[in-house]
Design a protein around this ligand. Structure first.
Ligand SMILES: NC(=O)c1ccc[n+]([C@@H]2O[C@H](COP(=O)([O-])OP(=O)(O)OC[C@H]3O[C@@H](n4cnc5c(N)ncnc54)[C@H](O)[C@@H]3O)[C@@H](O)[C@H]2O)c1
Length: 356
C-alpha cells in the first residue's frame, strides 16, 4: 500500500500502517523532500518518492491513501489511482466540483474498487456510540441533533490559506456526515445557513463561524455550528458539544477534551489529544485516524464495503454546498439541489474567485 501526501494526516496514516502487521510493504510519496525524509525515518518504507506517478505505475501497490493538499489536487490524484485499478481512501472533501465527485464514483464502481472518504469522526467512540443508540431505538424516534464544533484559529488559518473554502465545507462536513449516518435512512431536504465574519475575513475572506439548520425528510431538525476562531491557546485544539433528543431519551456528548489539561511554563495551556485526526501516543492511541486507516485496509483485504460510501460523501457535499449558497443568498435551499441552485452555486463560485 501507499500514502500520497505525508503531511499531518498522511503522516498519521503512514505511521499507523508502519506499526501494523497487516501491510506487506509501505510506499510513501510527498513533493516536499524534507517531510518525506522525516516520515521515511519514522516508517521505514519500501520506497519513498517525490512523484505520485511512481505509485500509480507500480502494479504491486493495491491500496492508496491520498492525504494531499491543496484540496484541488484530490480529484486528479484519486482519478489517476482509480484508473490504475487501486483501492482509494481519499481525505475529505471528495472533490471541489460535483462532476469530479461523480467521475470518481463511476470509476470506482466500474472497476469494482473500494473508494471511501476520510470522515474520521465516525471512528470517534462517542460518535459511534450515538449512532448505535439511535439505531437500536434507545432514544425512541429521533427529534433533534445539535453539534457545536470550534477549532483554534491557528488551525483555521492553515486550512483557510489553501483556498476560500468555508467552515461549512471544511469543518461542518464531518458533522453533516456523521449526523446523516446516525439518522439513516432519513435524507436531508432543506438547508438554511448563516455565517458571521471576524478574525478569518482578513485571511481568506471567509466566515469565522457558520450555523446551519438542516431539515430531514422525516421531520428531524439538525443544527450544526462550525467555527475556526478560538484563541491560539492550543495550536490544534478542537472542541465539540453534541445534543441529541428523541421521544424516549436524550444523549449529550461532551467532546471538548477538557479532561486532559496540560499546562507548562513555556507553552501555557494545552488540551492534548483533541485534534480531529488524532495524534500518536506511543503504541496506545492515535485518535480517529488510526482505526480508520486500518478499517479501510481490512475492508480491501476482506472484500467488505468500507464504512463511508462515496455516494454518502456526495450527499454531504450537496448539503455543505447548499449551506454556502444559503448563507450567500439569505434563503433556505432545497435538497437535492435544483438546476436553479446548481446554476446559482456556479455564479457564487465565479464571484468568489473573482474577488479572491
Ligand atoms: N479527517 C480529518 O479529521 C482531517 C483533519 C485534517 C485534515 N484533513 C484533510 O486531510 C487532507 C490533508 O490535510 P493535512 O492537514 O494533512 O495537510 P498537510 O498540508 O499537512 O499535508 C498535505 C501534504 O500533501 C503534500 N502534497 C501536495 N501535493 C502533493 C502531490 N502532488 N504529491 C504528493 N504529495 C503532495 C504536501 O507537500 C503536504 O506534505 C486535507 O484534504 C484535509 O482536508 C482531514
Amino acid at each position: 500500500m501507499a500514502v500520497i501526501g505525508t503531511g499531518w494526516c498522511g503522516g498519521i496514516r503512514a505511521e499507523t500502517l508502519a506499526r501494523s502487521a497487516l501491510p506487506k510493504k509501505l510506499h510513501i510519496c510527498d513533493i516536499r523532500p524534507e517531510r518525506l525524509a522525516e516520515v521515511k525515518a519514522l516508517t521505514n518504507p519500501a520506497t519513498a518518492t517525490l512523484d505520485y506517478q511512481d505509485i500509480v505505475k507500480n502494479p504491486d501497490i493495491k491500496v492508496v491513501y491520498i492525504s494531499t493538499t491543496p484540496e484541488s489536487n484530490h480529484y486528479p490524484i484519486a482519478r489517476d489511482c482509480l484508473r490504475a485499478g487501486k483501492h482509494v481512501l481519499l481525505e475529505k472533501p471528495i472533490a471541489l466540483e460535483f462532476w469530479e465527485a461523480d467521475e470518481l464514483i463511476t470509476l470506482a464502481k466500474r472497476a469494482n474498487l473500494k473508494f471511501t472518504i476520510g470522515y474520521s469522526q465516525r471512528f470517534n467512540p462517542k460518535i459511534a456510540y450515538a449512532k448505535k443508540k439511535i439505531s437500536d431505538g434507545t432514544l425512541g424516534k429521533p427529534v433533534s441533533v445539535m453539534v457545536s464544533r470550534h477549532l483554534a484559529r491557528g488551525l483555521g488559518t492553515k486550512i483557510a490559506k489553501r483556498g476560500r473554502l468555508s467552515p461549512a465545507v471544511m469543518e461542518s462536513t464531518h458533522d453533516l456526515d456523521f449526523v446523516f449516518w446516525m439518522l439513516e435512512p432519513a435524507k436531508p431536504v432543506r438547508v438554511y445557513s448563516q455565517g458571521a465574519y471576524g478574525y478569518m475575513q482578513a485571511i481568506n475572506g471567509s466566515y469565522d463561524v457558520m450555523w446551519t439548520t438542516v431539515t430531514m425528510d422525516n421531520g428531524v431538525v439538525v443544527v450544526i455550528g462550525g467555527g475556526w476562531n478560538l484563541p491560539p491557546s492550543y495550536p490544534n485544539y478542537c472542541s465539540t458539544w453534541i445534543e441529541i433528543t428523541g421521544t424516549e431519551g436524550a444523549l449529550i456528548l461532551d467532546d471538548t477534551h477538557r479532561d486532559n489539561w496540560l499546562n507548562t511554563v513555556s507553552e501555557g495551556t494545552r488540551f492534548p489529544m483533541s485534534t480531529m485526526p488524532g495524534e500518536q501516543v506511543d503504541e496506545v492511541f492515535a485518535g480517529q485516524m488510526g482505526p480508520e486507516t486500518i478499517h479501510f485496509l481490512q475492508a480491501c483485504m476482506m472484500d467488505k464495503p468500507p464504512m463511508v460510501s462515496p455516494e454518502h460523501a456526495r450527499m454531504v457535499m450537496e448539503a455543505y454546498t447548499a449551506a454556502d449558497l444559503s448563507a450567500e443568498i439569505n434563503e433556505p435551499v432545497d435538497l437535492p439541489l435544483s438546476n436553479a441552485s446548481i446554476s446559482a452555486i456556479a455564479d457564487m463560485k465565479a464571484r468568489l474567485e473573482k474577488s479572491a
